[in-house]
Design a protein around this ligand. Structure first.
Ligand code: ZN
Length: 153
């Protein structure tokens, strides 16, 4: 099983979302014999792409636990730990917040900072925490940074 997680839809521009879609498709297509798991995030984004682009028989849904009385991150913790059991965790994140982004903007990703990884080249994501847990468990994590702005050459 491999996991495909990352930023919510609101952290991508139209251009970035298109690039993210291509990245998710390419992971699914290049691992034809593998189950693809994702977290069914209410923020849509990468989780939504993984869920809708993976053939249903290969898709493993790992939704947050809404039944818990815990709020915030605790709802996602158990789910993220399950996802961290995957052979590879792909983290697909945008390189910068879109101008119209309404949520909190972090100067760096505090999860990646803890891992001594580049923490300022992408938008903070709970997916990075999942990847950190995967690495701790001896599994692999791969980050894919999606440009939100078209780079003209
Ligand atoms: Zn990060």
């Amino acid at each position: 099983m491999i996991t495909v997680v990352g930023n919510g839809r609101d952290k991508f521009t139209e251009y970035g979302y298109q690039k993210a879609t291509e990245a998710v498709k390419s992971i699914i297509d290049s691992n034809p014999n593998e189950e693809i798991a994702s977290g069914d995030s209410p923020m849509k984004g990468i989780d939504y792409l993984a869920k809708t682009l993976t053939p249903p028989e290969r898709y493993m849904n790992r939704p947050p636990n809404y039944a818990t009385c815990n709020v915030g991150f605790e709802r996602f913790r158990e789910r993220n730990l399950q996802l961290a059991e995957s052979r590879i965790v792909y983290v697909i994140v945008s390189d910068n917040y879109p101008p119209e982004y309404k949520g909190e903007r972090f100067l760096y990703c505090y999860h990646c900072l803890k891992m001594n990884r580049n923490a300022s080249n992408h938008c903070k994501s709970g997916a990075c925490w999942t990847a950190m847990m995967a690495i701790e468990k001896g599994n692999k994590a791969i980050w894919i940074i999606i440009p939100n702005k078209e780079v003209k050459i």
